[in-house]
Design a protein around this ligand. Structure first.
Ligand SMILES: *Cc1c(COP(=O)(O)O)cnc(C)c1O
Length: 342
């Protein structure tokens, strides 16, 4: 029995069709900009995101850093959510490698940063202060799509103060599919957007950074500095093309399965599970948010592991649906919950 691995949508393995596309890929030296498959992926991504150009990166971490460094110089500052990936989960790359000072602000539960807080954090043009250069947002944030009004208002606010805007769109396609919005309509509000190919889209490696031609050329130089200039990347880009062609619309299935998971969990209030957010469900099994008398998280997860179900998360448990989670896996979770509480 294969394990039903709900820890993350990064655990997907390339499907036979994707592996065939990789094996058949035409390649060249991508640092010389001569890899036809990589160029095709970059053109597809630019079109999908409604941007002039896009650049292939080894990871979304590096694509975000490339974006931040393309916007900000040494000693500049970017405004970012306290719980944003590009602040908290990327090894402090902006500061360590970019000499860019983060100005973190509270991430509200729905993933937004309060507009008044943004305004208050923008430094005046005074030689004592760092130059506030960029607003960086994340969509989806912990699975939640940012509201369209907020995307408009926050980027307009940033622009009115002369700031650039970057979107960490690692899971942008989940947001687009869940809200029935064109990805370009979301991305178009920003000067640069990253997109991860190895989350729900199911490629083994890779990400894109999209923006204006000027920004992408600046990012190409930065990517080289960061060691992200890779050679025959066509074998990887082919997986990305396959993912964009076959794995975008089907994200709706992941969202639907997450909704079903949340419904199952609702029958067991001690789990303290919340609503599904695109392809994620969070639960606080020690009673926090639950109505029950609380539950031993370690015992519960060990019980699941014995039944071929793995789940991850720090503090809260996070369930993530993806390409390699099917209806059988959802059924297995229901049965495990029934046995545990039965
Ligand atoms: C996973 C993730 C990243 C980084 O992606 P990698 O390709 O794993 O480096 C960036 N931002 C968000 C929101 C993510 O979830």
């Amino acid at each position: 029995m294969p394990t039903a691995d709900f820890r993350s949508d990064t655990v997907t393995k390339p499907s036979p069709g994707m592996r065939k596309a990789m094996a058949d890929a035409e390649v060249g030296d991508a640092v010389y900009d001569e890899d036809p498959t990589t160029k095709r992926l970059e053109a597809m991504a630019a079109e999908l995101l409604g941007m002039e150009a896009a650049l292939f990166f080894p990871s979304a971490t590096q694509a975000n850093l490339g974006g931040l460094m393309a916007h900000c110089g040494r000693g500049d500052e970017y405004i970012v959510g306290q719980r944003a990936h590009a602040y908290r989960d990327e090894g402090g790359g902006a500061a360590v490698l970019g000499s860019i000072q983060p100005q973190p602000l509270p991430s509200e539960p729905d993933g937004i940063i309060d507009l008044d807080a943004i305004t208050a954090a923008i430094k005046p043009d005074d030689f004592h202060n760092p130059m506030t250069r960029l607003l960086a947002l994340e969509n989806t944030f912990n699975g939640q799509p940012l509201p369209a009004d907020y995307l408009r208002d926050s980027t307009e606010l940033a622009r009115s103060h002369g700031l650039s805007t970057h979107l960490d769109g690692a899971r942008l396609m989940n947001a687009a599919v869940a809200t029935g919005t064109d990805a370009a309509a979301i991305a178009g509000r920003f000067d640069s957007v990253s997109l991860c190919l190895s989350k729900g889209l199911g490629a083994p490696v890779g990400a894109l950074l999209a923006g204006s031609r000027t920004l992408v050329e600046r990012a190409r130089r930065i990517r080289k500095t960061l060691g992200g200039g890779m050679r025959q990347t066509g074998v990887l880009a082919a997986a990305g093309i396959y993912a964009l062609e076959h794995h975008v619309a089907r994200l709706a299935e992941d969202h639907e399965r997450a909704t079903r998971l949340a419904e199952i969990f609702r029958e067991f209030p001690a789990l303290g599970a919340g609503e599904a957010r695109t392809n994620m469900v969070f639960m606080s099994p020690e009673g926090a948010g639950g109505e029950g008398e609380g539950l031993d998280k370690d015992a519960f997860t060990a019980f699941l592991t014995d039944r071929g179900i793995t789940v991850g998360g720090y503090g809260r448990l996070r369930w993530v649906t993806h390409l390699d989670i099917d209806d059988e896996a959802i059924g297995r979770v229901r049965q495990a919950c029934e046995e545990y509480f039965g």
